[in-house]
Structure formats: C-alpha cells, structure tokens
Design a protein around this ligand. Structure first.
Ligand SMILES: *Cc1c(COP(=O)(O)O)cnc(C)c1O
Length: 465
C-alpha cells in the first residue's frame, strides 16, 4: 500500500558555500578550522581565561599600522596617522598604535580624557566630534590639541574661550560635501556646496583670536570604492586653494578621516571580502595621486605641501581581534533548521548586526555541513550572531572563533544581561596578557546607590509562591 504524500513546498534559498569547498571563483576559501592565534593555542587561552574571550594580536596591529603608513608615505612626502579611539579604545590597543607613532583621534570628553590618561600629550590629540563641552574645550585649547570645529555655535564658543584665555587659537574645521560615491554625512561639519564652509573660514580668519590651520572631513565608513577618496581629496584641495586665495589663510594639513574597509563581509554584499575590499595601496593611491596633482603648483610657489592626516580605524584593528565563544546548547527549530546557542551574543558582538563574520571551529569537525542559526545567550529575540551559515555538527562545549571583530565591538559592547568577559593580547613573542579583566557583580553595581528605604527587598511581605 502506497500512500501518496504530497511533498511540502519549500521556499528556494541560495546559500554561499563557505566551508572550504571550491567557490565560483575556483578558490577554496579559507581553512575550515583554526586552532592557534599567533602560535598560541586557543583551547589553552580559553582554559586559562574563560569563555567567551576576546583575543587581540599585537603583531597584526603593528603590521597593519606599518602597512598603512608605508602605503601612504611611499606616495606622499608628509603623512601622519591618527588612531580613531571610538573604533577601539582599549588602553593596550591605543598604546600599541601610539608606540607605532599614531596621534589620538578623539570625539568626546571621555575619549580626550582617556588619551591624556594614557600619556598622550595634548598636542598629539585631534579633537573631532559634534559635542565638546566648554570645560574640555578649555583643557584642549590649553593643551594645544588639534581642534576640529563642527558647527557655528562651537566656533563662537571657541572664539569666546580664546578671548578669555587671551590666546590666538589655531583651529581646523570639518567639511562635508557630496563626493558622488558615498551618502554625504552632511550632519557633521560645515557644508561646502552651500557656502557655509567658506563663511566659517571667513569668520575664523577675521577673528583676532582664531586662525585656520587645517581642514578635516570623514566621508563614511566601510567605503568599498576607493574612487570616493579620489573625489574627496580633490574637493578638499579645491576648497583649500580657494580659502587660501580668498582669506590668506595657510592650510598646514588636510585630514581625510578614515572609513577604509576591513576584510569583513558586510551583510548584503554577496562577494567575499577579498574580492571587494580595496587594498591599503589602492586607497593610498586614490588620495595621494590627487593630492600631489592639486598641490603641485602651490608647492612650486614655495608653499610646503600640506601634511596628510589619515584617521583609519577599522582597517587597522578589525583583523587583529577575534572572539572565542563556546556552544552551550544545540537545538532543532520547528522549521528543521539547526540552531546553536553560544555564550556570546550581540551584547559582546555589536557588529553582528551588520557583518557576517567568519565563524571557524578550533578543531576539524566531522560530518556534513548543514544550515545553522547561531544565537547568543541573551533572553532576547534579536540576539542572533549569525542568521544563516553552513556548519558541520558541533558538540556542546566546542569553541568557535568569530573574526574579524577588533573594530567597534569592545567599544560598543554592552553590559546587558551578562557580564563582559576577559580580553587578552598576544604579544609579539607569543605571551598572552589580560588587557581587560572580566566583570563581576561588584563592577556592574559599582555606580548604583540604594536609598535608605530601599535597602531591603522584603521588609514586610515575602512573595507567596
Ligand atoms: C569613526 C571615525 C573615524 C574612523 O573610521 P573608520 O571607519 O573606523 O576608519 C575617523 N575619523 C572620524 C572623524 C570618525 O568619526
């Protein structure tokens, strides 16, 4: 007896095959497991420091910095890198980059204070951002930081402070304009096309207490088209030349911000990062070629070329950071998909909302890969580390590595539901140092205050249950 059962219709799906097989470009992708980071066994690190665990590579950080600096200095005579604190302000990470020669690029009072506390002198700090309260501005002026003014109200305030301090303060301004390649971030700085930016230059140059010394712009983040920087460099140079001609200011530096993409997979971009992410040389070429061309005549009149400042964040730190997390449960969802619950979620890996990080076991896994959802530990529906990935069967207690995660996670992570874990740095000789210790209850409640009448939860009635 054969009962004719109609096959259930299933929605067709396309899943890029990522587990090391031949892809459509004929490549075999990355290794399907990875047991070590800079020669140190991940399993040992997790045994010693717990899971989840953020792991940083000092060697990668220093190499990325050298690579970036070399790409630019090979093409342009004056280059200075500035480390974007908001991308990663772990003190150890910042000081590695400062030791390499980076200035600090900060966007708030907290970040300014953090840079100073790490030992960065004021005149090695670039102070960006739309919110610089009065008292920190006074300190920044006093310490000769590079101030980049964001708006007219700030301009008036800086002028007022300069007058009170009886100082002539050299400032920069942030520009925004349409490169034609990226969504213009017109909310930051002064707009070029509307004439607002040139008005600001006039305002500064006609003040007895201010003088313009630099121009800044930052056109976006994870910018995949290097041509955008070509356009940016041209527009900044045009503005510089015009401002110098009109107001007799002398621009000492052009700060082109950051935004270079890291080797990460943005959700919605089908091609793998090694196919779409420009190299540092391509970014450098786009910027420097235009800069050399646009400042050539100026230089032949004896005016030194402006220093080029680069504020690259994610491209320097992203691949230096890895998150090791452990499988705490296996599940089968009603629709047949396999699900994993990990001990790390979007509380620690904020960028999981935007990127498909590579997910790699630390030992070879047997069995046929199948479609899997990776959840974090939060009791929240949004806590998805990866909506869809092909993975072989994984056992409870197995460790998975999420990579690259060095950018914007250890700054945007939240103490939400769970404690934040240890962060270790592997130094260039293969020793692991804890650079941020895991939180505990004392840390989390440190700022809380219980008023006298709320010291006890049950002064009268206990719950009946
Ligand atoms: C965030 C930021 C950067 C760094 O951007 P990345 O995309 O990480 O390179 C640089 N400059 C400014 C002003 C920023 O706000």
């Amino acid at each position: 007896m054969t009962k004719k059962t109609k096959k259930k219709w299933l929605k067709p799906t396309m899943t890029p095959f990522r587990m090391g097989g031949i892809n459509k470009f004929g490549g075999t992708g990355k290794a399907i497991w990875r047991s070590e980071i800079d020669g140190v066994a991940v399993a040992d690190l997790v045994t010693t420091h717990g899971s989840p665990l953020f792991i940083y590579s000092e060697r990668s950080l220093r190499q990325n910095y050298d690579n970036c600096l070399r790409a630019f200095t090979a093409r342009y005579p004056r280059v200075q890198l500035a480390w974007s604190y908001k991308t990663n302000y772990l003190g150890a990470v910042c000081n590695i980059l400062h030791q390499q020669g980076a200035m600090a690029e900060v966007v708030s009072r907290f970040e300014y204070e953090k840079a100073r506390q790490l030992g960065v002198p004021g005149n090695c700090i670039i102070f960006n951002g739309p919110h610089k309260p009065r008292d920190i501005l006074i300190r920044a002026i006093d310490e000769n930081a590079y101030l980049h003014i964001d708006n007219l109200d700030e301009l008036f305030l800086v002028e007022e402070l300069a007058q009170e301090l009886e100082r002539k303060v050299a400032v920069g301004i942030r520009l925004n304009f349409d490169t034609g390649y990226t969504e213009p971030w017109s909310r930051f700085g002064f707009n070029v096309e509307s004439g607002q930016a040139m008005d600001a230059v006039w305002r500064i140059q006609s003040s007895r207490h201010l003088k313009l010394r630099g121009l800044h712009s930052h056109i976006g983040t994870f910018v995949l088209d290097a041509k955008a920087y070509h356009a940016q460099a041209r527009q900044m140079c045009e503005f510089m030349l015009l401002a110098e001609e009109k107001t007799e200011c002398r621009i000492e530096y052009l700060d082109v911000g950051g935004g270079f993409a890291s080797m990460n997979s943005l959700q919605g971009v089908y091609l793998p990062p090694d196919q779409v992410v420009p190299s540092m040389d391509q970014y450098a070429e786009a910027i420097c070629e235009m800069l050399l061309e646009m400042t050539h005549e100026r230089e032949s009149q004896g005016i030194p070329r402006p220093t080029l400042i680069i504020e690259s964040g994610r491209a320097l730190v992203d691949d230096a950071g890895t998150l090791a997390a452990t499988v705490v449960a296996n599940k089968r969802l009603p629709d047949g998909r396999r699900a994993l619950v990990m001990d790390a979620g979007v509380n620690l890996l904020f960028t999981a909302y935007w990127y498909n990080h590579s997910v790699t076991p630390i030992e070879p896994l047997e069995g046929k890969p199948e479609e899997t959802v990776i959840y974090g530990p939060l009791c929240m529906n949004i806590d998805v580390m990866r909506a869809q990935i092909m993975l072989p069967p994984i056992n409870l207690g197995n460790t998975l590595l999420f990579h690259p995660v060095g950018a914007y996670n250890n700054t945007q992570w939240q103490q939400f539901i769970e404690y934040r874990p240890n962060v270790v740095l592997i130094n260039t000789t293969g020793e692991a140092h804890v650079i941020r210790t895991r939180e505990n209850l004392d840390v989390v409640i440190q700022q809380e205050v219980l008023p006298q009448h709320l010291l006890s939860p049950y002064p009268k009635h206990k719950p009946k249950l």
